[in-house]
Design a protein around this ligand. Structure first.
Ligand code: SAH
Ligand code: SF4
Ligand code: F3S
Length: 441
């Protein structure tokens, strides 16, 4: 049996693509290994959303050279978002000639053929499609977690936020048909899946490319009817495309979790305009008000970029002000990274590293204080926790998540893994909670 190892960088979209590669390799009778020195096939599924992601890939590709020297038959394949940039492919051809196969995000479904061709070839095989083709259905997937499964509902992005490389690496927006999605989820729940996360770069514009049109809210309502499914999550939502019908669907459908990930990126209307986000600070805050009014106990998380070109101290303070007003439960914070080929890379007034780091630290410290305060408000409450497995930090404990996506550690027997149980919150930390299992009467 041949062995494979896949190293995944980047977002859930990439993680799920790697699950598809694993499904394809399983069909080809490969088995997974975690020991790189014994792998016959190593795949790097790459991300280029920030420069740091690319550095990681180049560093690890460099390490592979000596490993391949000891195992010359090893096949090294590199795929994913980075490969959609011709400058990256040129650099790999020049500096990393121990790589055997390069393919992109649009031809992943052709992997079996590419692998076969690569085995027959003496030189590096490069096949990257510049444009997306039709959606290919029926690619098998081996999911890392059976309990919680990712399901693609759409691919690509049409928003062209000026800092972002994703529209160039993932192509134009296209939606899967409702029946394909519902049938995939229905199959998953006949196994051990209890929770699904619907994936798309902008799930709120789901259905626009379908004939007839269908709204994301209608898709959710349909998925909510699937028996055996317990929880529905989705990401990512773009504030400009949130509809009142979506908020109502979240309020009325029992399986949709009380959590919205709503990237704001900046609190300054001037910067939002430069980012091409298509909403103002006031509009974002109004939207949050509606969410909070309609869905009590909603947890709200976000993405924020610090140091976008032209960001002044006043602009940054607008972001701090927005963070204080919304009181996010958690946030992913990023230092702006220039991406060649995006409009923001051409803007003057790039912010110095020193200022970016100083602002970043102030922002993170404010976010942590708020997260801690919000978690403390849960002390004494009994919450439903879907038990995912053993705690990462304490072998004697289990871990799971609340519907609001908070991580809870608590003592209980392993037999509860895969079940939803009531847990009383006893300790609140910044990034997690501890609790006590409540035995229902
Ligand atoms: N489609 C999703 C995810 C995009 S990538 C969305 O719109 O939210 C995830 C996050 O990476 C973005 O939300 C943004 O905050 C961050 N990001 C994207 N490009 C970046 C860049 N050039 N520099 C820093 N952060 C970036
Ligand atoms: Fe990038 Fe904006 Fe599309 Fe998200 S919505 S993937 S940030 S261009
Ligand atoms: Fe995701 Fe990175 Fe591509 S964030 S879409 S893997 S550039």
């Amino acid at each position: 049996m041949k062995k494979y190892l896949i190293e995944t960088y980047g977002c859930q979209m990439n993680e799920h693509d790697s699950e598809k590669l694993a499904g394809i390799l399983d069909n080809l009778h490969y088995i997974e290994t975690s020991n790189i020195t014994e792998a016959d096939l190593v795949i790097f599924n790459t991300c280029c959303v920030r420069e740091s992601a690319e550095f990681k890939v180049y560093g690890n590709l460099g390490h592979l050279k000596s490993i391949k020297k000891k195992n010359p038959d090893m096949i090294i394949a590199v795929c994913g978002c980075m490969m959609q940039q011709s400058s990256v492919v040129d650099l790999i051809k020049k500096k990393y000639n121990h790589v055997d196969l390069i393919f992109g995000t649009h031809n992943l479904h052709n992997f079996p053929q590419l692998l076969e061709n690569c085995k027959q070839s003496d030189s590096m095989l490069v096949e990257v499609w510049e444009e997306e083709g039709e959606i290919v259905e029926g690619i098998p997937a081996i999911r890392k977690y059976d309990l919680k499964a990712f399901v693609n509902i759409m691919y690509g992005c049409n928003n062209f936020c000026t800092y972002c490389i994703v529209p160039y690496t993932r192509g134009r927006e296209r939606s899967r048909s409702k029946s394909e999605i519902v049938s995939e989820i229905s199959k998953l729940v006949t196994g051990s899946t209890k929770e699904i996360t619907l994936l798309g770069q902008n799930v709120n514009s789901y259905g626009k490319t379908l004939e007839p049109n269908i709204e994301f809210a209608d898709l959710l309502i349909e998925i909510n009817r699937i028996e055996g499914l317990e929880r529905i999550r989705f990401m990512t939502s773009h504030p400009k495309d949130i509809s009142i019908r979506l908020i109502e669907a979240m309020r009325d459908c029992d399986k949709i979790c009380e959590h919205i990930h709503l990237p704001v990126q900046s609190g300054s209307t001037k910067i939002l305009k430069l980012m091409n986000r298509d909403y103002t600070k006031a509009q974002y805050l109004e939207l949050i008000e509606v969410f909070k009014r309609e869905i009590p106990n909603l947890s709200i998380t976000t993405d924020i970029i610090v140091g976008f070109p032209g960001e002044t101290e006043e602009d940054f303070e607008e972001t701090l002000d927005l963070v204080k007003t919304v009181e996010f439960d958690a946030a992913y914070t990023f230092i702006y990274s220039i991406r060649e080929g995006t409009p923001a890379a051409q803007l003057g007034d790039q912010i110095s590293d020193e200022v970016k780091h100083e602002r970043f630290n102030r922002l993170v410290s404010l976010l942590n204080d708020i997260a801690n305060k919000k978690n403390k408000s849960l002390l004494g409450k009994v919450l439903d926790v879907l038990v995912e497995g053993k705690s990462k930090y304490d072998d004697t404990k289990l871990m799971g998540r609340t519907r609001t996506s908070k991580l809870v550690n608590f003592a209980a027997s392993e037999g509860l893994i895969g079940h939803t149980v009531p847990v009383k919150i006893t300790v609140a930390k910044t990034f997690s909670l501890n609790g006590e299992l409540q035995i229902p009467l």
